[in-house]
Design a protein around this ligand. Structure first.
Ligand code: SF4
Ligand code: SF4
Length: 197
């Protein structure tokens, strides 16, 4: 499975670029130091999505520290750090899950299958006029990154047993267990690892 991770990181990079370009072009950028979306108790990811983060922690010898923290069952994502004044208060920004890259603005389908925008509470609050203009333009809605498309790309790449959505901390915990048990990272003859940022 480790051989799939460079492809996952490639998808993450493309997804992020598309999301950022859209937010920039529509002037809907996240305000500095905002991490409101990460305070939700409902952020979900699958184990596969959290493997780049798990491998990073193992490479940096932080796996035991984070595993112990996860055992205390924190209510919000373990990487959320409200005091961090950058990168959405995420202490492992480059390795964050798919949903984290699309929190701000993305395109989803309504119950009739029509495209609509999913917009975070903070962006709705600070850009009501800009959003009003976008919502009047179906072309602009269609340009937004498609949540389902990107998520499906990630989930389709994942081995099915690791593609089940669950609370993000649980997904990280399982990813750490799997990566520690299955891959002999301390073994110089072990597999090549995706490069840590
Ligand atoms: S991984 Fe980072 S961006 Fe995602 S929920 Fe956790 S703190 Fe937020
Ligand atoms: S997506 Fe929304 S809540 Fe999250 S950092 Fe951006 S503006 Fe804040």
């Amino acid at each position: 499975m480790i051989e799939l991770l460079p492809k996952l990181e490639e998808i993450y990079a493309q997804m992020e670029l598309e999301a950022r370009r859209y937010q920039e072009s529509e002037s809907l950028l996240c305000p500095p130091m905002c991490g409101l979306c990460c305070e939700s108790h409902e952020v979900q990811a699958c184990v596969f999505e959290m493997m780049p983060a798990a491998i990073y922690l193992i490479q940096k010898h932080l796996d035991e520290k984070y595993y112990t923290l996860l055992e205390s069952k924190p209510e919000v994502c373990i990487f959320y750090d409200a005091a961090r004044q950058a990168e959405g208060c995420c202490s492992l920004y480059t390795k964050r899950a798919a949903i984290c890259r699309l929190f701000g603005v993305s395109r989803v389908k309504d119950k009739y299958g029509n495209p609509r925008l999913s917009i975070c509470k903070k962006i709705k609050e600070i850009y009501p006029e800009r959003l009003g203009n976008i919502l009047l333009s179906s072309d602009k809605i269609l340009l937004a990154p498609a949540m389902e498309f990107w998520h499906r790309l990630v989930l389709n790449l994942a081995p099915p047993e690791y593609a089940i959505l669950m609370p993000i901390n649980q997904a990280l915990k399982e990813a750490l267990q799997i990566c520690c048990w299955e891959f002999p990272f301390s073994d110089p003859n072990g597999p090549d690892l995706p490069k840590a940022a």
